[in-house]
Design a protein around this ligand. Structure first.
Ligand code: MYR
Length: 131
């Protein structure tokens, strides 16, 4: 279900979420139009994700339930894991700089992937279309 290339189509409350994360106004404006694209290859409970955006290109490997490290485009470092629960990927990541929790989910319905985000009481979503 997650396999394929997904291009961000629209955001819901993403700027407020980034503000809560402490991202400054200029970076928020740029990040709201980052043209994020992810290519996901799932093999059992292991995932390979290629991320491309206006900021960078990188590749990440993770396995359900196994902790890994990931840096956001602004350099904020996270540590945590994705866990596959049925058809949903549930992510739980801790910021290394302040110990606070960022939770996120990914689900696919038809040709749309929805990623939700929560940080310190602020929820956001990004919707991706298959490309
Ligand atoms: C991946 O599966 O794409 C790699 C791991 C993702 C970790 C969590 C992503 C949270 C992204 C939050 C964006 C915040 C911008 C301020």
């Amino acid at each position: 279900t997650f396999n394929g290339t997904w291009k961000v189509d629209r955001n819901d409350n993403y700027e407020k979420f980034m503000e809560q994360m402490g991202v400054n106004l200029v970076k928020r404006k740029l990040a709201a139009h980052d043209n994020l694209q992810i290519t996901v290859q799932q093999t059992g409970d292991s995932f390979h994700v290629k991320e491309t955006s206006a900021f960078r290109t990188l590749e990440i490997d993770f396995t359900s339930g196994v902790t890994f490290e990931y840096s956001l485009a602004d350099g904020t470092e996270l540590k945590g894991s994705w866990t596959l629960e049925g058809e949903t990927l549930k992510g739980s990541f801790t910021r290394k700089d302040n110990g606070k929790l960022l939770t996120t989910t990914r689900t696919v319905q038809g040709d749309e992937l929805t990623q939700s985000y929560n940080y310190e009481g602020v929820d956001a979503k990004r919707f991706y279309k298959r490309s």
